[in-house]
Design a protein around this ligand. Structure first.
Ligand code: KIV
Length: 255
């Protein structure tokens, strides 16, 4: 798709119904993101998410997917400690979860790990820039690569991830001109989130684009629908009808 100049559309999903809807709508790739920790489990960040949780959500997404590529995030502590752990955990996401590829955060520092996982024939997506699992080092969710030295490091990271065998690269929270430069410098497709329009594809969190998340939403999120308004109205109507004794009516009762 990169070679043909066709943009790649990616969304996150964590369950069967959302995966099915986006697959039928023609999404190219579904990411079972560890953002599940923030938007589904209610944590402030992704660090508490476990391997077992990622496997559970991946299974549900895979059951709802027909043609999109399913990529699953390796959660914090599943690949950083040593390469053997990383290989085993990547294997579990494929074998038990049913994903077709895994994603992990990091650049040059993760090259050896990416090489080891791809050597097991498990396709890997890299993730550089604002990497949420490094929230404590970054001091919050901050745009990365604004300074020349950081920008040089991100370019080196992208090249290292590609050279290690990753087949795609997520770039999060970096200035658009830098994302354009990196996209031109690597052959693998870049998937941007808060990285401008010149990436080869875009990814957003499904809860963010549908207005399902009340928490602070970053500048790069565009809300494409207000689903929580519709849901809240439905719930209020149900409560009123139950309290008013108008539900269930004859139509919804057995004779
Ligand atoms: O966890 C996630 O959803 C992600 C994307 C937002 C890139 O890593």
């Amino acid at each position: 798709m990169k070679a043909e100049g066709e943009k790649i559309a990616v969304l996150t999903a964590y369950d069967f119904p959302f995966a099915r809807m986006m697959d039928l709508a023609g999404i190219d790739m579904i990411l079972v993101g560890d953002s599940v920790g923030s938007v589904v489990s209610g944590y402030d960040h992704t660090l508490p998410v476990t391997m077992d949780e990622m496997i559970y959500h991946t299974r549900a997404v895979v059951r709802g997917t027909g043609s999109a590529l399913v990529v699953t995030d390796m959660p914090f502590l599943s690949y950083q400690v040593d390469v053997r752990d990383a290989r085993l955990n990547a294997g579990r996401l494929i074998k038990e979860g049913g994903a077709q590829a895994v994603k992990l955060e990091g650049g040059t520092n993760m090259a050896e790990t990416i090489r080891a996982i791809t050597a097991m024939d498990i396709p890997v997506v890299g993730h550089i820039g604002l990497t949420p699992q490094s929230i404590h080092r970054m001091g919050g969710f901050r745009v990365q690569g604004r300074h020349a030295e950081q920008a040089r490091q991100l370019l080196a990271d992208a090249r290292a991830v590609e050279e290690a065998g990753a087949f795609a690269l997520v770039m999060e929270g970096i200035p658009a001109p830098l994302a354009r430069e990196i996209t031109a410098a690597v052959e693998i497709p870049t998937i941007g989130i808060g990285a401008g329009v010149d990436c080869d594809g875009q990814v957003l969190v499904i809860h963010d684009i549908l207005g399902l998340c009340e928490k602070y939403s970053p500048k790069f999120v565009k809300q494409f629908a207000d689903v929580s308004g519709t849901i809240s109205q439905g719930i209020s109507d149900y409560i009123s009808e139950v309290k008013g004794g108008t539900f269930p009516d004859e139509e919804h009762s057995f004779k």
